[in-house]
Design a protein around this ligand. Sequence first.
Ligand SMILES: NC(=O)c1ccc[n+]([C@@H]2O[C@H](COP(=O)([O-])OP(=O)(O)OC[C@H]3O[C@@H](n4cnc5c(N)ncnc54)[C@H](OP(=O)(O)O)[C@@H]3O)[C@@H](O)[C@H]2O)c1
Length: 305
Amino acid sequence: MNKGISRRDVLLLTAALPTLSWSADKLKTVTATWRQIPASGEALPVIGLGTSRTLDVDLDSDMRARLRGLMTTFLRGGGTLVDSSPMYGRAEQVFGDITRDIPDRDNFFTATKVWTTGRDEGVQQMQASMNKMAVDKVDLMQIHNLVDWRTQIKTLREWKERGTIRYIGITTSHQRAHEEFEQIMKTESLDFVQFSYNIADRVAEQRLLPLAADRGIATLINRPFQRGNLFRRAGKHALPSLATDLQCNSWGQFFLKYILGHPAATCVIPATNKLHHLEDNLGAGYGPLPNQSQRREMLAIFDGL
Ligand SMILES: NC(=O)c1ccc[n+]([C@@H]2O[C@H](COP(=O)([O-])OP(=O)(O)OC[C@H]3O[C@@H](n4cnc5c(N)ncnc54)[C@H](OP(=O)(O)O)[C@@H]3O)[C@@H](O)[C@H]2O)c1
């Protein structure tokens, strides 16, 4: 949907921040962190939004108002990228319904996926996704879990050529798929790759993140909280003093900043449908990011929990 984030002004986004509850102290010193998509040089805010389970909901009027507020806050707080999939039940439709009348909805960077076998089936599914999301273009179309990727990648290239999608990519969240994933990264021309990476699951550091950097491929980081497991581990432990140095007000921000401390992480996509969690996550896009020695310290702290 976004026709070129680089044309937009970070200051504009920052100017909107005073309306957010957490923004007052942040605003003093910071602008949101953005990173470039290597294929184009276009910049993306580092905090995105996942939709698995969180947007697969019944849209009664209360839920509609709540989620519309969530999406408005996401844009105003400096987010743009929303990641969905036909695999996520009603999520694409719910995104389309709740954002349809948001005035600046063109600022969303829409990412979804094709998740089926066969050329015609892929075409039909992608068209259905666009209808559900209420867009006539998709910013990023990804092949979900590599399903029939040899077939789908041809269609993705055609659609990119004719301008219906702007970027193409592949996704996984399974370590067992990494070998094939890596081969595709080496042999195909991709704009984005999406895989899991978090402070407890760092397998991607070994090969996928360095390879993405080498090949000039942007990365979307899924399962940043290991589907919420990281919060169960943090429990009621007090935040360490390092969190203060990094301007982290919560364990959520601590976990997100650990990921963003890796230079090859372009955008991280935590999922939530709760406003206070969304605001918390957006906060990780502001202030300092950890350097290598601070990341080692973060890891030691986490291992000690
Ligand atoms: N193969 C693929 O393509 C693939 C696979 C997996 C995931 N993904 C994408 O990646 C996204 C993220 O992964 P995920 O949804 O599996 O897991 P996740 O983002 O690691 O974790 C989501 C969980 O974290 C909780 N949470 C979020 N923000 C929080 C905060 N600030 N404080 C406390 N709890 C918080 C949420 O609970 P609340 O709802 O209570 O906030 C939710 O239970 C997905 O939604 C999807 O878009 C793609």
